[in-house]
Design a protein around this ligand. Structure first.
Ligand SMILES: Cc1cc2nc3c(=O)[nH]c(=O)nc-3n(C[C@H](O)[C@H](O)[C@H](O)COP(=O)(O)OP(=O)(O)OC[C@H]3O[C@@H](n4cnc5c(N)ncnc54)[C@H](O)[C@@H]3O)c2cc1C
Length: 387
């Protein structure tokens, strides 16, 4: 047994679950079962609440969620619940077969667009409730960002493969390589199915809007298949989020001298601080207060930035310092600024009565656990409408 379990206070009002966790993982109940050695029951409890529990326990920014809200945070060291969750759910997932929990939905036909966290979690809940579930995805395999974004050194792809096997066994149909809006319209799906859930993520990259930008490589296609790119010796990644961290950590593993250039300070970086530390440990080098102004052959022109405190005492702003242009050589520039959902598909989804949206497609880029929480809300709405 993980000794962390005996430190848990089994709070009656667990802040880790209520305030910290977007899917309100039943930590005390699962912890008690774990202490009693009832791992199968604990696994079932966690899977029903969050079918991606084995994955979120690995990729969640736990300081922001459960760990950061543990009541022991005040005077002692918080509980590393995610370690115990991984032990329970990691075992459970690989031995699990889906079972219909109820027949609330008696064969209603549901289409899910996107086989990322939203699609995987929603398919489990809708199928277990008795629906006939069909998943469509532009990619040939299931997983969304879990398979095609987060690098394998952070998340083993066996966590996506297991869902493919589980779904095939249950008779959940997967239509891979079909892009909705191109190969098939959303209105055709809406007409064919009783309900459609769109969890198509946020994949449209934001642009720097600077000259020469077309010379840059976009982070998401790069992460999808790094072996398709010849990066050369020196790589610069622009951005300070988790995508930038995954891109730089992948480039450094491909043998490149890798730099991250970011406009503001380390404290402003939206990336999980742990990821930044791990990137540094991997050998990635960082330069802050740098804004790109032009991409040229063989490198990038940057301009220095600085933080300025407005005279009225308002919030500190970062501004570019004119006259500080300098050229930095690199063989490849990777941009990882931010992504947004496909606005055309969103507009189509909003116009149809039996279509629901969830995850990054609804909220913009967020996290795996938030996508699962969002899928849960959509599934409940679909069930309420169809029952
Ligand atoms: C590189 C990277 C690293 C990340 N790291 C972490 C992390 O460590 N921890 C964390 O919690 N979160 C992380 N995130 C965020 C997290 O992965 C997302 O919030 C989560 O995957 C969103 O799930 P989703 O199901 O909404 O969308 P996605 O995972 O993006 O899945 C959407 C799916 O829809 C499909 N699709 C899109 N358009 C269409 C269409 N028109 N027709 C058919 N299919 C379509 C896509 O092919 C994809 O499979 C990361 C994100 C990225 C990009």
């Amino acid at each position: 047994m993980n000794p962390e379990a005996s430190r848990c206070l089994l709070c009656k009002k667990p802040k880790c679950a209520i305030d910290g966790c977007p899917v309100h993982t039943p930590v005390p109940e699962a912890m008690l079962l774990y202490r009693q050695g009832r791992l199968e029951e604990a696994g079932r409890l966690l899977f029903r609440n969050n079918p991606l529990s084995a994955i979120t326990s690995l990729v969640c920014d736990w300081k922001q969620f459960c760990y950061g809200h543990c009541v022991l945070n005040v005077k002692q060291v918080p509980i590393r619940w995610y370690e115990i969750e991984q032990e329970i759910s990691g075992q459970y997932l690989f031995n699990h077969r889906l079972e219909r929990q109820s027949l609330e939905l008696t064969g209603e036909r549901v289409a899910i667009v996107g086989a990322g966290p939203v699609g995987l979690a929603a398919a489990v809940w809708l199928w277990e409730a008795g629906a006939d579930v069909n998943i469509y995805d532009a990619n040939p395999r299931m997983g969304g960002v879990l398979r095609y974004g987060i690098p394998a050194f952070r998340l083993d792809k066996k966590y996506c493969d297991v869902f493919e096997l589980m779904f095939a066994d249950a008779g959940i149909s997967f239509h891979g390589g079909i892009e909705i809006g191109k190969d098939l319209t959303l209105s055709a799906l809406s007409a064919e199915y009783d309900a459609v859930l769109v969890g198509a993520g946020a994949e449209v990259p934001a642009t720097l809007r600077i000259p020469g930008e077309e010379r840059a490589v976009q982070a998401l296609p790069f992460l999808k298949d790094p072996s398709a790119y010849k990066l050369g010796k020196k790589v610069i990644v622009i951005g300070g989020g988790n995508v930038a961290m995954d891109a730089c950590r992948t480039a450094v593993r491909m043998g490149c001298e890798t730099w991250v250039y970011y406009r503001k300070t380390f404290e402003n970086m939206p990336a999980n601080p742990l990821e930044v530390e791990e990137a540094k440990a991997d050998g990635v080098q960082f330069k802050v207060f740098q804004a790109p102004v032009e991409v040229k052959d063989g490198g990038v022109v940057f301009r220095d930035c600085e933080n300025v405190q407005p005279e009225d005492g308002g919030r500190v702003v970062t501004r570019i310092i004119e006259g500080t242009d300098h050229f930095v050589e690199c063989d490849t520039l990777i941009t990882a600024i931010s992504e947004k959902p496909d606005a055309t598909l969103q507009e189509a989804a909003r116009s149809m009565e039996n279509v629901w949206m969830a995850g990054d497609f609804l909220t913009g880029p967020a996290t795996v656990v938030e996508a699962v929480a969002s899928a849960k809300v959509a599934v409940e709405a679909i069930k309420a409408k169809m029952l």
